[in-house]
Design a protein around this ligand. Sequence first.
Ligand code: SGN
Ligand code: CA
Length: 505
Amino acid sequence: MKKISIFKVVSILMLLAGIAGAAQDKPNIVWIFSDDHTRQTIGAYGGRLQTLNPSPNLDRLASEGMRFDRCYVGNSICAPARATLLTGKHSHLNGKYDNRGPFNHDQQQFQKILQKNGYQTVMVGKIHLSGQMQGFDYWEALPGQGKYYDPDFVTEEGTKSYKGYTTDIITDKALDWLENKRDDSKPFMLMIHHKAPHRNWQPAERHMSKYEDIEIPEPDNLFDDYATRTTAAQKQDMNIVNTMRMDTDLKVTEGGGRINFNLEHYAARNAFLAENKLEGKELVKWKYQTYLKDYLRCTWGVDENIGRVLDTLEEMDLEDNTIVMYSSDQGFYMGEHGWFDKRFMYEESFSTPFIARWPGKIKPGSVNSDLVQNIDFAETFLDLAGAPIPDDMQGKSVVPLLKGDTPKDWRKSLYYHYYEYPAVHSVRRHEGVTGKRYKLIRFYGMDVPGGEEWEFYDLEKDPSEMNNSYNNPENAGKISEMKRELDRLKEYYKVDEPPPQKSRG
Ligand code: SGN
Ligand code: CA
């Protein structure tokens, strides 16, 4: 028989005594956000890795809630995505164009508004915006990228150090707040922000040998030759063949470098490589396998900890009145196009997972394919809380979508703009527009006459974006239409001239 928890008993007694009060009227929000967790590695999204069963708890969340299949970011990189999450604005309006510049914490952010409207607001984990957070009743943030093991946390009282694996510690802190520190007369917004599975993909000790004897399926375009593509795609520095490091990324001792992991766990790799002198494609295949296994071990840790959160909500009888949402700051390449990292407007990194469960409100196992973007999250939180939504936020609440009721005038296209160049991974600046079927990308500041290079894709015919058909005369009409749409979106979103490339760094 199922055990009845002390929380359940207390909440039943409170209900009987009529003191559960206002907290029950408004939903609690649990927002779980990871770093670089891409849809290709989530079972619920299907794809070539599904047979590995890589994410049972996220799959459970999706089967009890809604999976968004067309959720995208506005600028596929960490700190800007987080600034957009908090402000509901694209980078050019919240001022956080790339990972380097400062974030103005004094600006309007959704959590400040939630707080004024009676919500307790909490954020634990990676936020990647240096400085003191505002609008949170309680927060503890990893400094910068944070560490996988024995992390430090920045708090209002200064920096504190902890022993253990970061994904576990972030969850421990969130659950400790939920169980012991919350004021249960108020609804809450609890943000649980994982560092994993960010580069360099270091798993918990207990997951070090998961997937050891398994062959991970390769993407068809692992050996992409970029034949039809612009120089931007050809000349990036984020490929497995050259950019991925044997030492810090693949944890092979040879080559030295910044080694901050336990080498004992990686001894077999060293021994294997010493015995087998891999070269060319064989070496790339080995790197691919090793990279994916370490990444999937990290996401397994995230998934396991999501399970802890779901169990605790059930245990505390909070499940029914809590919407649980999962997303990531952006997607990532798992060897598609021969790459890792993100930044480009191609589907793998432009898209981001988004799954939401809200018992009684969201139909279990539902799938939404409307165009949704990370500018929508802040307004969604405010809408859920019944709080006012400021006019200058740029997204749209997805609450009607969650209820299976997409407005007739829902957007038909999305705007994208990536700015961090020159920088690590050498991805050129670009902007673009996508509809459900066609995508147009403009790389600018390029070393070609006129400084621009364009790409055009038909996602229905070419979902892996291997065939840039910008120069195909058959597409001329569609391309002019997309260019007009790009101009319209730039006006609608009040896009400024981008900051000069050279003054940033
Ligand atoms: C680090 C990583 C890069 C990554 C950036 C930004 N290198 O510099 O590969 O693109 O962070 O990532 S590492 O070897 O130091 O891990 S982001 O998620 O913060 O945008
Ligand atoms: Ca990231």
